[in-house]
Design a protein around this ligand. Structure first.
Ligand code: AHR
Length: 503
């Protein structure tokens, strides 16, 4: 028996809705085809945005969307993507697949997409190959309401009112594709570039995200903070930054052969789970460095790229990073989201990579067809954690797994309390073979029958949705939840994700 203790009286902080954020890059078929098909497409669309995809994403209550990259961001020159589309520069996306980039999706289209999704905006600027002037003019173009060359240009291009930029990333992976910089050099550039991310008018200031480490590169975190952290002062409440990014991808193989998305054995399953669990350690190690500078936890750790990264589907462009998505990905997603929830004191945003057709997507498209992946269903089952209060929970008892690549508890959970007093419990069973009886014991709550409803997502470990069989993996009602003396009990099947709403 696994005992899941929930102390619903002990609140541990608000789960930032942005933890459920997404990332969309000019990469493969994420933007073009996946999200944007142009106004004259035969695929139903609103102002060029696919109606089926936007409709499905709205169900997830997307809180924030990061764009235009990724590595693409440090090669992107925003002026190429404004003005009449027929005049926009055509170029080759040399970083991703060597295909034509016609810049038909640019700043105006991004804000239109976010308007349709009803989400916050996260723009990633170009430090690697762009100038301070270019970055500062982009901010002026997007957010200045008065008379100025850039605000006038925006008006000329058809948008009278300024937009709201919620977050601005100063470069991307500047230790690698964003310029191969040393942390000290980047830290100094960060100080300079961020100065010109101005706050125009009386609106909320744009939250600035400093480029953080790759995986476990604690030295980067240390040196960057040493170089560019400034103590908060009046008028500059969080010093120079509101967030520091962290990127981490899970691939069961090595960098050159990452393993197949759909064809894997139990060993690869546990290796994947072990690598996903490593996210917790990463948050701990970078969080410890951040604590030295920012003990009040004002600066968010912004995990703005996370997820699985496998070999591309056979026969597809290697630069498009198109991969299928199985029950294994659902477990990876549930594990990450539970970890982020439990570290919501420091993790203030996370963006899964990427939204559609690239890496661990929530949606795949092929022509006019669309499928929701198992990862989509996890985001759907977890969506009500957004903005709720994390409460204390712990798992004890059976279910410790020791396998090559994985040493940890099979059952992983997080629990939040909503304003209406109800609880959302999300539980993942990472075992590839064993189901577990679970009893939830509450501090005070004694749910009566009818006050608990559940959903479950499970299937054979390789199960996935295809365009021929789009509903093979989907969430269904979770039956068999019984009342006990101290709480409730159920059996969680092997390799499954469950969500329980308790009124
Ligand atoms: O998400 C794919 C790529 O992974 C991004 O462009 C880059 O930031 C990271 O290395």
């Amino acid at each position: 028996m696994v005992k899941l203790y929930i102390n619903e009286k002990k609140k541990k902080g608000r789960i930032h809705p942005e933890i459920y954020g997404h990332f969309s890059e000019h990469l493969g078929r994420c933007i073009y085809e996946g999200l944007y098909v142009k106004e004259d497409s035969g695929i139903p669309n609103q102002n060029g945005m696919r109606s089926d995809v936007v409709g499905a994403l709205k169900e997830l209550r997307i809180p924030v969307l990061r764009w235009p990259g990724g590595c693409f961001a440090d090669e992107y020159h925003w002026k190429d993507g404004i003005g009449p589309k027929e005049n926009r520069k055509k170029m080759i996306n040399t970083h991703w697949g060597g295909v034509l980039e016609d810049n038909s999706f640019g700043t105006h289209e991004f804000f239109e997409l976010c308007r349709q999704l009803g989400c916050k905006t996260y723009i990633n600027g170009n430090v690697g190959s762009g100038t301070v002037q270019e970055m500062s003019e982009w901010v002026e173009y997007m957010t200045f309401e008065g008379v100025s060359p850039m605000a006038d240009l925006r008006r000329k291009n058809g948008h009278e009112e300024p937009w709201k930029v919620d977050y601005f990333g100063v470069g991307n992976e500047n230790w690698g594709c964003g310029g191969n910089m040393t942390p000290e050099y980047y830290g100094n550039l960060y100080r300079r570039y961020q100065t010109y991310i101005r706050r125009y008018g009386n609106g909320e200031p744009i939250k600035k995200i400093c480029g953080g480490p790759n995986v476990d590169d604690v030295n980067w975190t240390k040196k960057v903070l040493e170089t560019c952290y400034a103590s908060p002062c009046p008028g500059n409440a969080h010093g120079f930054m509101e967030g520091l990014s962290l990127h981490y991808y899970v691939h069961p193989g090595g960098w050159d052969d990452k393993g197949s998305a759909t064809d894997f054995d139990e060993e690869a399953w546990y290796c994947t789970m072990g690598k996903a669990l490593y996210m917790e350690e990463l948050i701990g190690m970078h969080g410890a460095v951040l604590d030295q500078y920012d003990p009040g936890k004002e600066i968010g750790l912004i995990v703005d790229e996370w997820g699985t990264w496998y070999n591309v589907e056979p026969g597809t462009n290697p630069g498009f990073l198109y991969q299928q998505n199985t029950i294994r990905d659902a477990l990876v997603a549930a594990l990450h989201l539970n970890i982020f929830n439990k570290h919501c004191d420091r993790v203030k945003m996370a963006c899964i990579a990427q939204m559609v057709n690239v890496l661990q997507s929530v949606i795949l498209t092929e022509g006019e067809k669309m499928v929701l992946t198992p990862t989509y269903h996890v985001f759907h089952m977890f969506r009500e954690h957004q903005g709720a209060e994390l409460v204390e929970s712990a798992v004890i008892g059976d279910g410790w797994i020791t396998r090559e690549g994985f040493d940890g508890p099979a059952i992983q959970e997080s629990v939040s309390l909503k304003e209406d007093g109800s609880l959302l419990v999300t539980v993942a069973n990472l075992s590839a073979s064993d189901s577990y009886p679970v009893e939830i014991v509450f501090a005070e709550k004694k749910p009566r029958p009818g006050e608990v409803t559940g959903r479950i997502l499970t299937g054979e470990i390789h199960a996935h949705n295809t365009f021929e069989e789009p509903d093979k993996v989907k969430e269904v009602a979770f039956e068999g939840i019984a009342a006990t003396k101290e709480g409730i009990s159920f059996t969680i099947p092997a390799h499954s994700v469950a969500s329980l709403h308790i009124r």
